[in-house]
Design a protein around this ligand. Structure first.
Ligand code: ZN
Length: 304
C-alpha cells in the first residue's frame, strides 16, 4: 500500500482513526513515524509536571522520590498526551558485559503498588553498584493511573496486557474476550495488536533494547508467574511461584513463549497498600539472585 494512502487517509480521518492507522501502518513498513504523528494535547514537559500528578496516586512515593528517579520521556505519549517515562541505569564498571533487564510497572493503571515498588527499587539501584543493566518504565499506563478513578485499561478502554501481537491474535484475542471473560470491559484487547501507543512502546523497546529478561509488576494476586525458556523463580520475598494463566495478547505470552525472552510477572498482594519496606527489599534481592542464576550465565554463553 503506498505511503500516499496513509497520508491522504490520515488527513481525512485525523485523530479519530489514528490508533487504527498506526495498527495498519505497523503491519506494513512504515516510512516515518513522524509523518503520522498527530499534535498531542497539552502535554507535561518538566519533571515536576510529571511527578506531581503521579505521586498523588502512588502509595509511599513522595514528590522527591519521583524527582530523584530522574525519569525521561520516551517518544511515546499516552492517548491523553502523558509521556511514557523511562530511565536507563547501567551496571557498574565491573560488569561490562552485563545482561539487560527491562523492568515494567503499572501496565494496569489500577495496580498502584506495581508502580510504587518500581520507584522504590530505582532508589535502591541508585545507591549501590549494579551487576545488570536496567531499562525501567514504572508507569506504562499513565492514563489508567491518572484517570479520575484509577483503572486497569488505557484511555481508549483497552487492556494493554492483552494487546501484544501473539500469534493468531486476530482470531484468538477477541474471541477469548467474548467467550471466556464474557466481554469484561476491563479485559478488552482492542481491535488490533499493538494498536495502543503504550503497548507499542513496550513492543518497540523489546525489539530495540533486546532485553535478556523482562520483569513486569502487577497486583493483587500475591504470586509470581513466569513464561519463557528458563527455570521459573521459586519465590521472591513472600511471593511464591504459581501460574496465573496464559492469555492471548498478554506480555508474558508474547515475550516469554513466542520471543523466548523470559518474563517474570510479579503480582503484589495488594494494589493500593505497599508491602513493608523489608519485603520490598527482599523481593529485590531474590529477583537479583534468580536473574544471576538463571538468566545471566546461560544467555551470555550462548550469545558470545
Ligand atoms: Zn495487572
Amino acid at each position: 500500500m503506498p505511503v500516499s494512502f496513509f497520508r491522504s487517509k490520515f488527513t481525512a480521518f485525523r485523530c479519530k482513526k489514528l490508533g487504527a492507522l498506526f495498527a495498519m501502518a505497523g503491519l506494513l513498513s512504515m516510512p516515518s513515524a513522524n509523518s503520522l504523528s498527530a499534535p498531542s494535547p497539552a502535554k507535561p514537559k518538566a519533571v515536576t509536571d510529571w511527578c506531581t500528578p503521579l505521586v498523588a496516586r502512588l502509595p509511599k512515593v513522595s514528590l522527591n522520590d519521583c524527582k530523584n528517579s530522574k525519569l525521561n520521556p520516551t517518544d511515546a505519549n499516552s492517548l491523553n498526551g502523558f509521556p511514557v517515562l523511562f530511565r536507563d541505569i547501567k551496571a557498574d564498571a565491573k560488569h561490562p558485559q552485563a545482561i539487560r533487564v527491562l523492568l515494567l510497572g503499572g501496565i494496569h493503571g489500577d495496580e498502584q503498588t506495581a508502580s510504587s515498588i518500581v520507584f522504590k527499587w530505582m532508589e535502591t539501584m541508585q545507591k549501590s553498584p549494579l551487576e545488570f543493566n536496567w531499562k525501567i518504565a514504572p508507569v506504562v499506563n499513565p492514563d489508567g493511573l491518572l484517570a479520575p478513578k484509577p483503572r486497569r485499561v488505557n484511555a481508549r478502554g483497552i487492556d494493554l496486557n492483552r494487546n501484544f501481537p501473539t500469534p493468531n491474535w486476530q482470531k484468538e484475542a477477541p474471541s477469548y474476550w467474548a467467550r471466556v471473560t464474557r466481554s469484561d470491559p476491563r479485559r478488552y484487547p482492542g481491535k488490533a495488536p499493538i494498536s495502543e501507543p503504550e503497548s507499542r512502546w513496550v513492543y518497540e523497546t523489546i525489539e530495540k533494547y533486546k532485553p535478556d529478561v523482562i520483569i513486569s509488576v502487577h497486583a493483587p494476586f500475591g504470586v509470581l508467574d513466569f513464561d519463557g525458556p528458563t527455570t521459573p523463580p521459586n519465590r521472591f520475598g513472600r511471593l511464591i511461584y504459581n501460574r496465573v494463566g496464559v492469555y492471548p495478547g498478554s506480555l508474558g505470552n508474547y515475550s516469554g513463549l513466542h520471543k523466548d525472552i523470559p518474563v517474570v510477572t510479579i503480582e503484589l498482594p495488594n494494589a493500593t497498600q505497599m508491602p513493608p519496606d523489608a519485603e520490598v527489599q527482599r523481593i529485590w534481592q531474590d529477583m537479583q539472585n534468580w536473574i544471576r542464576q538463571n538468566v545471566a550465565a546461560p544467555l551470555k554463553t550462548s550469545s558470545n
